[in-house]
Each structure stands twice: as structure tokens, then as C-alpha cells.
Write a protein that binds this ligand. Sequence first.
Ligand SMILES: Cc1ncc(COP(=O)(O)O)c(C=O)c1O
Length: 364
Amino acid sequence: MYENELKALKKAGRFRERHLYDDRLDDLASNDYLGLSHNKKQFKKAVKLVTKYDTISSKASMLVNGYHPIHRIFELTMAEYNGFEEGLVAGSGFLANMSLIEALVRKGDMLFMDEEYHASGQMASQLLGDRVVIFAHNDINDLKQKLAAHPANRQIIAVEGIYSMSGELCKKEIFEIADEAKTLLIVDEAHSAGVLGKNLLGIFEYYDISINERHIKMGTLGKAYGSYGAYILASSHIITFLVNRAKPIIYSTAPSVFDTALALVNVKYIRKNAKKYKKKILERQTVVKKMMGIPCHSLILPIVMPSNEYALFMQKGLMSQGYLVGAIRQPTVKKPILRVILNLGVSVKKLQHVLALISHNTVQ
Ligand SMILES: Cc1ncc(COP(=O)(O)O)c(C=O)c1O
């Protein structure tokens, strides 16, 4: 039925497959930034927490009776840590972005989305018709011009804290522009929460932004936080509106109770150990600067490859040496890259080894 389409994908080197990788490979491919995916002590803590309750599964939408005390404790903890009024758990980052974009951009409003915003936001923005303007990636002037050219009842800007493929940070000026223009600002902190800031809370903390009622932060639990699910932080007013309007919140089973518990114990653990983690993050960023000459402010190192095929070839070669890195190909990225995650669970020595292997085999 789809033979021609699949053939075309294979011909273009864009065919995708799920793999069961050897668990013994050193993982420099996933978004397990702090290495928590292997922490069984934390896992056991979460089991202990969940088993204190009679109800251990989600059962129904949060708007029916799927809302669990663990969801509420998690929301309150996240809101308090991050300085927001209110929190809302969501099933996944994908659903959180669908919720925000579809529900908040009403008739007469306009969304201004960075061109490199995650696919979930891009997909949701397709539901908005002409209520969306895409601005050039991290381009302050383009954003300013477009805000001026498209006055609206509510203007809403959507950016990421750290961009998932390039590892680039959202420019601080975007926070300032949003403040001056009194727009709502949605910041997807999927890759910056657990990585940036004094307490590893993310880009709001990193830039020392004082939170106001127009700020909206979302993040996923499936990356640095070592679990699965997502959260939205905002004013009580906006969270109340989402609870009443966001379809993925209303019409989807409440997020997994266990996964929320695991994120809760991990978020607390990260906060307690932030200093130790920050030191390890800096160590790895310094290695990248020294060996590759690339300044790195995140835990994502993209290395451009000459072709999709070469990216796969390099990935395979590194696997034979015991390392798994991401081979990200078009159309996910404009130019194919090896996406090397500076996972704190992999030693600095191994990171140095893998970077040396990449340097020797890549013509930049
Ligand atoms: C920037 C960004 N936002 C949102 C998501 C979606 O989050 P989730 O995996 O929890 O659906 C991802 C990736 O997974 C992402 O990289």
C-alpha cells in the first residue's frame, strides 16, 4: 500500500527504524542528560512513594477522577521550585505543546513561533490557520518586525530554552522583547530543565528572569528528569484556562502515577545535588571546547556530517567502539548531524575517546 513512499524514503537515506540497541553501549544518543535512567535507588524511592496509596494507576482523565495526590504534589513542587503560581501535569511534552498552542491562541490572537520549535508545536500550529507567524530562528530583529506587523488581541511567542538539535540557547533578548511588548511567552524547557541555571531549573533561572503572569514554562519528564510525562507552569489564571480548554488535558487519561512519582523524587534529588551536577556539566563542556574548539552551553553537541549516509556510517563505526551517538538526518535537521549528548552517566575519559574518534574521521 505504501511501497512507493517507503522506497523513496530508503532512496533518500531517510528511512527510519526502531532499534533495540545493546544496553552495554555507552549512551551518548538519548536525552538522559544526568544519567538518571540507570539510577535504581531513585526508582525504588518512587515505588515506595506510589505504594503508600491505594490507587496506583491513572484510571481516567484528570477532569473525571484520574487526578492523584502524587500529581498534585508534583505540580506544587514544580511551581514552587520554579517560582510560578501554578502547575499542571501532562501526559507528554508532545501533548503539553499541543495543549498550549491549540488552547491559548484564540480568535483574534497571533502566535509567533521560532522556526526551529519542536515538531509538536509546529503540528499544533497547523490547527491555527492564519493565526501563526513563524520567525527566523533566534532572530531578534525578525521577531520584532513580525510583532509590529501583526498586531493582535493577544500576541504569544513560542521558543525553546535550548534547541534540541543545535544545543543553542534561546537569546535573552527574546525575554526582553516579550516583556516590552507585553506578549505571552511560552518557553519549552525540554532540553534546558536539569541542565541550565544555578539549581538546574532551566533557562528562566539561567537568565535570572523574574517570573510574571505572562510567562509560561513547559517541560518534559523524559529527559534530564529520568521519567516520562510533562508539566506546564504558569499563572493560576492560565492554568485554570488550560484545564477548561486544552483538549489533551481534558480528553486524555491522566499522566502515569508512577512516572509522575519518579519525576518527583528525581526533581528533588537533582535539586539537592545541583552543585555536583553543575561541576560535571562544566567538565564536559570544557572537554568539548578543548577538543573540538566548539563553545558548548548545553549538553547537546551537534557535529555536521557531509550526508545522511555518512552520518549513519559514522554512527555504525562508533557503535563498533562501544558508543551510541545520534545520527540525525534530513528532514529532522537541515544538515545531517551526529548528535552527541554529554551524558553525565558516561565518564569524561570515554567522552574524550569518542570525540577523538569523531575528530579523526570527520572532514569539517
Ligand atoms: C523541545 C521538545 N519539546 C517537546 C518534546 C516532546 O516531549 P515528549 O517526548 O515528552 O513528548 C521534545 C522531545 O521529545 C522536545 O525535544
